[in-house]
Design a protein around this ligand. Structure first.
Ligand code: FEO
Length: 168
């Protein structure tokens, strides 16, 4: 049984995860049209992971006796200017999602809802890995500079972190 407050904030997270998926789809599509196949593949895969996160929230809310509500999503940007800017925006967005997950966990702690706390720990670990993965990419971009995108585009998939797994 979820408290009304936890049900509400988890429902809000459905929108955030779904928007994350669409944001990364928009970045993937942008990268693909710029000729960056590797970068596009990275963002397409990231979009799938975010879609899976959204599904996890939907199913958990319902499993706990709440009601998951499928929201509408705001339109993500169409252009991202440069690869460096796209990844800087990705890191900023993931930091926002991390604080959002922390806030949900805070409510679960206040509620003494131990099963939700336990379930949310997966997201806590996932966010740590996702932020680390994006930071590693930004470090590589800084080493390479803006004019070596061919090499970066070729190598980026080796920098991926598998969902729920450990950093490569
Ligand atoms: Fe599901 Fe990376 O936020």
């Amino acid at each position: 049984m979820l408290s009304k407050k936890l049900e509400k904030i988890m429902n809000e997270q459905i929108e955030k995860e779904g928007y994350s998926s669409n944001l990364y789809l928009a970045m993937a599509s942008w990268a693909e049209t710029m000729g960056y196949e590797g970068i596009a593949d990275w963002f397409y895969a990231q979009a799938e992971e975010e879609h899976m996160h959204m599904l996890k929230f939907i199913r958990f809310i319902n499993e706990k006796g709440g009601k998951a509500i499928i929201p509408s999503f705001k339109k993500p940007p169409v252009d991202f200017s440069t690869v460096n800017k796209a990844f800087a925006e990705t890191l900023k967005h993931e930091q926002f999602i991390t604080s959002s997950i922390n806030e949900i966990l805070h409510v679960a702690v206040e509620d003494k809802d131990f099963s939700s706390q336990n379930w949310l720990q997966w997201f806590v670990s996932e966010q740590t890995e996702e932020e680390a993965s994006v930071r590693r990419i930004i470090d590589k971009l800084n080493i390479l500079g803006e004019h070596n995108m061919y090499l970066f585009d070729r190598d980026i998939m080796s920098l991926r972190v598998p969902a729920g797994g450990t950093a490569i």
